[in-house]
Design a protein around this ligand. Structure first.
Ligand code: PXL
Length: 288
């Protein structure tokens, strides 16, 4: 049956004006993939917190609950609630209220907390505990390797990860609640650089491998999760959605790298968004 309208997602993330992350990239990515995004900003920032010094920030914790009440009053339909960067621990309770208010919506939690073995600036232990509560309610989670380790209460790996450890991390995160777990940016002991995923219902483990590019750009985790979520909402399997997200992020990083632009300005998705409209099924995924 032809759907009456595109899938609709409430995106609970911050809005950073410069540096290409969070809602600034999630909106174009999901729209171009045919998904309607309703942004619910958790905070407004002049830039992301990774490299521009003192950031001008307006926390919007007191906006989220009245926004939820309004959407309830108008009986808004939602197929998905997708959360990311939160700017205060109190926002956790509001997100959980959102999940309860739309029990049939797909809940995607990107537990944005840190990268490269470290927590982001301004991230407290209380926020980590809050993120863990949200992960327990999610159907899909998309931590990077650092965030996956933090959620499991272990130190982020400093060496390449054995296949058995990678599978164990996925399974243990799945035991926390989510039926679909994706961990991004995993250097495997095989020498491959992979995004790995686990579908608990099908008891299947997958990896989507790609080229390692020696620069770190902010916002690539947000783009990855946005592509993955839109792909799942269009009916793709988890490995296909993971592979689509991995391919797009790789293409966009390589494109950006070719211009030798400043990494803190993020990736040039303006040059690559069109790729997402093609809907090609990738071939770089295989069993883990
Ligand atoms: O991309 C993750 C992210 C989101 N939002 C803000 C950030 C970061 C990473 O640094 O600073 C405000």
């Amino acid at each position: 049956m032809v759907p009456a309208r595109p899938p609709r997602v409430a995106a609970v993330h911050d809005l950073s004006g410069f540096g290409r992350c969070s809602l600034s990239v999630i909106l174009p990515v999901m729209s171009v993939m045919g998904v309607q995004v309703c942004p619910i900003p958790t905070a407004v920032l002049s830039t992301h917190t990774g490299g521009f010094g003192d950031v001008c920030i307006r926390d919007l914790t007191d906006y989220i609950e009245p926004c939820l009440s309004h959407y309830r009053r108008v009986a808004m339909e939602l197929e998905c609630i997708y959360t990311g960067y939160l700017s205060s621990p109190n926002q956790v309770a509001h997100c959980l209220e959102f999940f309860d208010a739309w029990p049939r919506a797909l809940v995607v939690v990107d537990p944005v907390m840190g990268d490269n073995g470290k927590l982001y600036r301004s991230f407290t232990r209380e926020m980590v505990a809050g993120m863990e509560r949200m992960v327990r309610k999610a159907q899909v989670i998309t931590p990077n390797l650092t965030e996956a380790a933090i959620l499991l209460g272990q130190d982020p790996p400093t060496d390449r990860v054995l296949t058995a450890s990678a599978r164990s991390m996925l399974a243990r995160l799945g035991e926390m609640g989510p039926g679909m777990v994706v961990i991004t940016g995993v250097p495997l002991a095989t020498g491959e650089y992979a995004n790995i995923c686990y579908d608990r219902e099908r008891n299947s483990y997958w990896k989507s491998t790609g080229d390692y590019i020696p620069v770190h750009y902010p916002g690539t985790g947000d783009i990855f999760a946005a592509v993955l979520t839109a792909s799942l909402l269009q009916g793709d399997s988890l490995p296909i959605a993971t592979d689509r997200a991995a391919r797009y992020v790789e293409l966009t990083i390589k494109t950006t790298y070719s211009y030798s632009s400043e990494p803190r300005e993020g990736v040039m998705l303006e040059r690559t968004l069109e790729w997402l409209t093609r809907g090609e099924v990738g071939q770089r995924f295989q069993s883990l």
